[in-house]
Design a protein around this ligand. Structure first.
Ligand SMILES: NC(=O)c1ccc[n+]([C@@H]2O[C@H](COP(=O)([O-])OP(=O)(O)OC[C@H]3O[C@@H](n4cnc5c(N)ncnc54)[C@H](OP(=O)(O)O)[C@@H]3O)[C@@H](O)[C@H]2O)c1
Length: 334
C-alpha cells in the first residue's frame, strides 16, 4: 500500500519512526508497504517508489530531506497523486471548523483513500458526514488516537463488543486537568499553582482554557457519543463546566470522605463534562496524567480501561489503526 502522512510534527514523525521500528511486522501484512509522501504546512516530499524513512526521521525539517522537497506544495496535492491508498492525518486540532484536516479528510475519502487520524477537530465538526463519505468511498475512517490516546476504546468496542449495546460512558478524558486535580488532592496545592506546574511541565495546551474549561474533554465526549452510541451530538450539546472553580477546600473535604474530585465526561441521558465526586476505590479514580474510560454495555456490563491519554503513547493507537487497514486489505486480496 502507498501511504501519505499529513503533518510532520510530534505524531506524524512518531508514526514514521514506528513504521521503521515495526517494519518487519508491517511487511508481514503488506510487503509493498511504502510511505510515498509526507507534508507539513509549507510543502511536501514525494517519491512514488517510497521515501527513505531513516533519512526522513533524521531531518529536523521536512525541507531538509535530501530530495524532492516541493516548497509551497500542499497536502491536497499529495492526496491527488495517483495510487495513494491510505492517509495518516496528524495536523493541529481545530474544533471551530475542523480545518485544515476536514478538507483533507473529505478529499481523501471521496477518492476512496483510507484515513487514519489523531486529529479530533474534523470528527467533532463533521463525524457523520465523514463516516458516510467513508462508506460511499468503500474505505475506512479510523481515529483511535483522537480520544484517550493509547487506550484502545474504539477497537475494543468494534472488535470485542460487537453484540453489545453501549448504554453509558463516563471517562477522565483530559490528562492535564487530571494532573492538576491530583496535585490538589495529594499535595494540597491550589488550582493556580497546580496549573502553573502543569504549564512548566509542558503538558497544557498553549491556551490552557482548552484543558481547564473542559473544551478538550467535551470534544472527546462528542466523538465517543457519535462513534460508540450512534448519537448525533454536536459540541454545543455538551453541558460543560471546567475546573477553575474547584477550590482546595472542596478537594480536601472530598478527600476526607474518601472521594476525589475529577473532571468527568459522561454520556447518558445527559451529555456533560463537569467536576464530579468519584469514590477513591472506583476504577475510574486514576491519578496524574492518566486517563480512564468506563463503559457500561448491555451484555458485558461494566468495563474500565486505563492508560495514557496523550504523548508518544498515542502513536500506538495510530499504528494499530494503520495495521487494521493493512489487515483488512490483505484479507480482501485473499
Ligand atoms: N501530541 C499528542 O500527544 C497528541 C495526542 C493525541 C492527539 N493529538 C492530535 O494529533 C494531531 C497532531 O498533533 P501533534 O502533537 O503532532 O501536532 P504538532 O506537533 O503541532 O504537528 C502538527 C503538524 O501539522 C502540520 N500542519 C499544520 N498545518 C498543515 C497543513 N495545512 N498541511 C499540512 N500539514 C500541516 C505542521 O506543520 P508545520 O510544522 O509546518 O506547522 C506540523 O508538522 C493534533 O490534531 C493533536 O490534537 C496529539
Amino acid at each position: 500500500m502507498n501511504i501519505i502522512v499529513i503533518g510532520f510534527g510530534f505524531i506524524g514523525r512518531g508514526v514514521i519512526e514506528a513504521f521503521l521500528r515495526k517494519a518487519e511486522r508491517i511487511r508481514r501484512l503488506d510487503e509493498d508497504f511504502r510511505v510515498v509522501g509526507v507534508s507539513d504546512s509549507r510543502g511536501y516530499v514525494y517519491d512514488s517508489e517510497g521515501l527513505d524513512l531513516k533519512r526522513l526521521i533524521g531531518v529536523d525539517e521536512l525541507s531538509q530531506y535530501p530530495s524532492g522537497y516541493c516548497r509551497g506544495g500542499s497536502a491536497e496535492d499529495l492526496i491527488e497523486m495517483e495510487g495513494v491508498d491510505l492517509m495518516v492525518e496528524a495536523t493541529p486540532t481545530n474544533v471551530v471548523d475542523g480545518e485544515p484536516g476536514l478538507t483533507f479528510m473529505r478529499r481523501a475519502l471521496r477518492r476512496g483513500i483510507h484515513v487514519v487520524t489523531s486529529n479530533k477537530g474534523p470528527l467533532v465538526v463533521a463525524f457523520h458526514e465523514l463516516k458516510s463519505l467513508a462508506e460511499e468511498g468503500g474505505c475506512q475512517l479510523l481515529f483511535e488516537g483522537t480520544v484517550a490516546g493509547a487506550i484502545p476504546i474504539f477497537s475494543l468496542v468494534r472488535e470485542s463488543l460487537q453484540g453489545d449495546e453501549i448504554l453509558r460512558i463516563s471517562g477522565i478524558l483530559n490528562g492535564t486537568t487530571n494532573y492538576i486535580l491530583s496535585r490538589m488532592h495529594f499535595e494540597g496545592t491550589s488550582f493556580e499553582i497546580a496549573l502553573k506546574e502543569a504549564q512548566e511541565r509542558g503538558i497544557t495546551e498553549r491556551d490552557p482554557s482548552y484543558d481547564v474549561d473542559g473544551i478538550d474533554a467535551a470534544c472527546k465526549v462528542v466523538i465517543l457519543a457519535n462513534a460508540l452510541m450512534n448519537r448525533d451530538v454536536r459540541f454545543e450539546d455538551v453541558e460543560r463546566t471546567g475546573i477553575r472553580r474547584v477550590t482546595q477546600e472542596a478537594v480536601s473535604l472530598a478527600k476526607r470522605s474518601n472521594f476525589a474530585i475529577k473532571l468527568v465526561g459522561t454520556i447518558d441521558r445527559r451529555i456533560e463534562v463537569a467536576p464530579k465526586l468519584v469514590p477513591i476505590n472506583h476504577p475510574l479514580c486514576v491519578h496524574g496524567t492518566l486517563n480512564a474510560v468506563h463503559i457500561e454495555a448491555d451484555l458485558a456490563g461494566e468495563i474500565t480501561l486505563v492508560g495514557y491519554g496523550a504523548g508518544r503513547e498515542t502513536v500506538s493507537a495510530v499504528l494499530n489503526d494503520v495495521l487494521t487497514v493493512l489487515k483488512s486489505e490483505a484479507k480482501k486480496k485473499g
